[in-house]
Design a protein around this ligand. Structure first.
Ligand SMILES: Cc1ncc(COP(=O)(O)O)c(C=O)c1O
Length: 468
């Protein structure tokens, strides 16, 4: 129903009070905040660390691989990967040896599936969600084909019970696993669903999959640096993520993966006796024992743990950018970040449900619905807002003119994610006011976006009517 400005609305005073008491308030000074951020703000440390790297490279050349760099915290180039893994591990709740900072998310999913998807005639299916991020869908589909199976039979897509609400209940996920368990080889799910912002119950779903003897992996693109992950404690088999969202490492930054320690064990004596000794994988020299790396032998002995999944020599320059942003996380912890994030996103939700100046703006009802779960435990920083049909272009155009960049998912969803490391409660308040104006202007038709792009299919209108 229509929500007027009410006693429930927490205003500017609340925002200022929260900002004044924010334990992370000094963290904003760690970032360069662009006026119109097209991507995440840049950590100031990135330029400092990259400059140190360039200087080490210029003065030491190839010897920089092996020597400590005076006057800099940077490790020898050969150990930059280890340093990155040590800093990354607390963000995902894992031992450093269970984490590798490497490649991109999609490449890592392939490398991990090469190890963890070993189908046979009885068990060959992969269970994923029907609305998986397209790259995950393509990766899974191609893995299935690669093993000679037909995705039509081997790909199980979990669809939301209610397509309009778009979220998926844990019980529904568990029931799909139950139904296909006897023919399934792998389950691959998102920690936080990119479209709805729903945070799945990783612990419960992992335990359930294990109860059926199934391996389960997680795409943590939208969860890492956002929520307080406990991958070791939750006994996750494997996971992969990118570092260019909440981890602020820059566009196309090197990603990361987690491999549970029980899958990363290496039995050197077995290898010497010609037996397997380690979980099968796609191998490359960078995953091999560092002590033997330059021996140029043909016997592959992996580094125990996730580092053994590395394939080629990573860019020390690119890893240095990841390290710079991870150093900021090391100044605090995920519990503190998550606590502020929950408070900020709840504040945003409160303002969206009880808009600051709604009475003068909206016709009768709010022209949007929040599709992200209202339970804080079932979401991270992000709220996905589904706009009334026809408003997206006008709203986006108004927001952009006001210097606010949010993410759009056509035809009608915008994703808003206040980031606890650098956003303030006052900015959330400002955003809510600008967003209210954007909606009312778009509703009254005084602001238009690119009309060409507005495609209002009958289906979209029907969907909107159903959720009211
Ligand atoms: C959920 C999810 N999976 C996969 C990807 C693809 O990541 P990459 O381009 O690093 O492979 C993304 C990128 O945004 C994503 O959000």
């Amino acid at each position: 129903m229509y929500a007027t400005q009410s006693a429930q609305t927490k205003g500017r005073e609340y925002a200022s009070q929260m900002d004044a008491n924010d334990p992370l308030k000094s963290f904003r000074t760690e970032f360069l905040i662009p006026y119109k951020p097209k991507s995440r703000p840049q950590p100031k440390r990135t330029a400092t660390r990259i400059a140190s790297h360039l200087s080490a490279w210029a003065t030491r050349g190839v010897l920089g691989h092996f020597t400590e760099h005076e006057g800099s915290d940077l490790p020898p180039f050969l150990d930059v990967d280890n340093a990155a893994a040590r800093l990354m591990a607390p963000l995902v709740g894992a031992a450093a040896s269970e984490v590798a900072v490497m490649e991109t998310l999609t490449a890592n999913l392939h490398l991990l599936m090469a190890s963890f998807y070993r189908p046979n005639q009885e068990k060959y299916k992969i269970i994923i969600e029907g609305k998986a991020f397209p790259s995950d869908h393509y990766a899974v589909e191609s893995q299935i084909r690669h093993h000679g199976f037909d995705p039509k039979q081997a790909m199980v897509l979990i669809e939301p019970e209610d397509p309009v609400a778009a979220t998926i209940s844990t019980s529904h996920i568990l029931s799909v696993i139950d139904k296909h368990a006897s023919t399934t080889a792998l389950v691959l799910l998102p920690g936080i669903q990119y479209y709805t912002g729903q945070y799945l119950d990783i612990k419960a779903i992992t335990a359930h999959a294990h109860g059926h003897g199934l391996l389960i992996g997680w795409d943590l693109a939208h969860a890492v640096g956002n929520v307080d992950l406990r991958l070791t404690e939750w006994d996750v088999d494997f996971a992969a993520w990118c570092n260019y969202k909440y981890v602020n490492s820059g566009p196309g930054a090197i990603g990361g993966l987690f491999v549970n320690s029980r899958h990363g064990q290496v039995d050197v004596s077995a290898i010497k006796n010609g037996a397997d000794g380690f979980r099968d994988r796609l191998c490359g020299w960078w995953g091999g024992d560092k002590a033997m790396r330059f021996d140029m032998g043909n016997d592959f002995v992996p580094i125990p743990g996730a580092a053994g999944w590395q394939v080629g020599n990573p860019s020390a320059l690119a890893l240095t950018a990841v390290i710079a942003s991870l150093e900021i996380f090391a100044l605090t912890d995920m519990a503190t970040i998550r606590a502020k994030s929950m408070a900020m996103t709840s504040y945003l939700e409160n303002l969206l449900l009880h808009p600051p100046s709604a009475s003068s703006c909206y016709n009768k009802e709010l022209p949007y619905r929040i599709i992200t779960p209202s339970n804080q435990e079932e979401r991270g920083a992000q709220l996905s807002v589904r706009l009334e049909p026809g408003l997206l272009e006008g709203v986006m155009s108004f927001l952009e003119d006001a210097g606010v960049i949010v993410d759009e998912r056509r035809p009608d969803v915008i994703r808003i994610a206040p980031a606890p490391l650098f956003n303030t409660f006052n900015e959330v308040w400002d955003f809510a006011n600008i967003f209210t104006s954007a909606c009312s202007e778009a509703q009254s038709g005084t602001v238009h976006g690119n009309e060409q792009a507005v495609t209002l299919k009958g289906q979209d209108r029907k969907g909107w009517a159903e959720i009211k």
